[in-house]
Design a protein around this ligand. Structure first.
Ligand code: SF4
Ligand code: MG
Length: 292
């Protein structure tokens, strides 16, 4: 491990601390954990944590994280990405992953800018917003990560605040424990380039969704009317911003994971996933045996 070199006051420090605390409290040993990142300030996380780490390509952490999990389902896999990583260049993988429901956690470091390349507008910066890094107000609209996640099919959807370390730690633990694809959109101040949404801005406005009696759970037996009602509540909360910003779990439902669906097709998958099968240059018999 090396010492983090993020700017002083960066929200990334809070996210890193919360992730480390969550892994420690869940008792997941370093050799059972893999953290996968893309490109950007958030991507350095893998170098600062005592676990296996893969620093991949811009927009690709989710693709590679799914491959790792499917090759060895015994591993705890956490993918980390910036907002540009996740919702710009990686948006296709975001949607594809939602359709699969692989059992892993996606942590999105959402600071509304491309911090590593001097603060250009990211996909989560609102139309007309002008942080100090932009010469003119943003002329593109924003995407809402929570709404996108529901549309794609993520089965655990949450929002956290980087400097509410205890609260974020709890969300990360629940996201890891969830059986399926979990996302936490983390409101992450970037004091170097974004002077609109600062630590103080979020600290004054964020509140815990659970304290309002909001129930994120979609029961397995939900009929169409209940699904519609839950989606309406979810949408209202996902869009709420001023004067208060909700954080917590917005959506959770239990659906078979992609791994469970693979196991139905291939009886050997659970006992002998790809990472545990003998390596062979001769793929012919393996392909024949495991023809899907
Ligand atoms: Fe953090 Fe912004 Fe500095 Fe990147 S540029 S390390 S996101 S404060
Ligand atoms: Mg960013």
């Amino acid at each position: 491990m090396i010492t983090p070199d993020w700017c002083p006051g960066c929200g990334d420090y809070g996210i890193l601390t919360a992730l480390k605390m969550a892994l420690k409290e869940l008792g997941i040993p370093p050799e059972k954990s893999v953290v996968v990142s893309g490109i950007g300030c958030s991507a350095k996380t893998v170098h600062y944590i005592d676990a296996y780490g893969v620093h991949t390509l811009h927009g690709r952490p989710l693709a590679i994280a799914q491959g790792i999990k499917l090759a060895n389902p015994d591993l705890n896999v956490v993918a980390v990405a910036g907002d540009g990583d996740a919702l710009g260049i990686g948006a296709g993988h975001f949607v594809g992953a939602g359709r699969r429901n692989v059992d892993l956690l996606y942590l999105v470091f959402d600071n509304e800018v491309y911090g590593m390349t001097k603060g250009q507008a990211s996909p989560t910066l609102a139309l007309g917003a002008r942080p100090k890094s932009l010469p003119r107000p943003n002329i593109q609209g924003k995407v809402n990560p929570l709404l996108m996640a529901l549309a794609a099919g993520f089965t655990f959807i949450a929002r956290g605040f980087a400097f509410d370390v205890q609260g974020l730690k709890t969300l990360i633990k629940k996201g890891i424990e969830h059986q399926g694809l979990a996302i936490i959109d983390v409101l992450q101040p970037c004091p170097t380039y974004n002077d609109l949404h600062t630590r103080a801005y979020y600290a004054e406005r964020t509140y815990d969704l659970a304290e309002t009696g909001y129930d994120p759970e979609l029961p397995a037996e939900a009929d169409a009317a209940l699904v519609a009602s839950k989606m309406a509540s979810f949408t209202a909360k996902a869009l709420e911003w001023e004067p208060r910003i909700p954080v917590g779990i917005f959506w959770q439902q239990r659906l078979p994971t992609f791994e469970a669906r693979l196991a139905e097709l291939d009886p050997n998958y659970t006992r002998l996933p790809p990472a545990k099968r003998p390596a062979s240059r001769d793929l012919g018999p393996l392909l024949a045996e495991h023809r899907l």
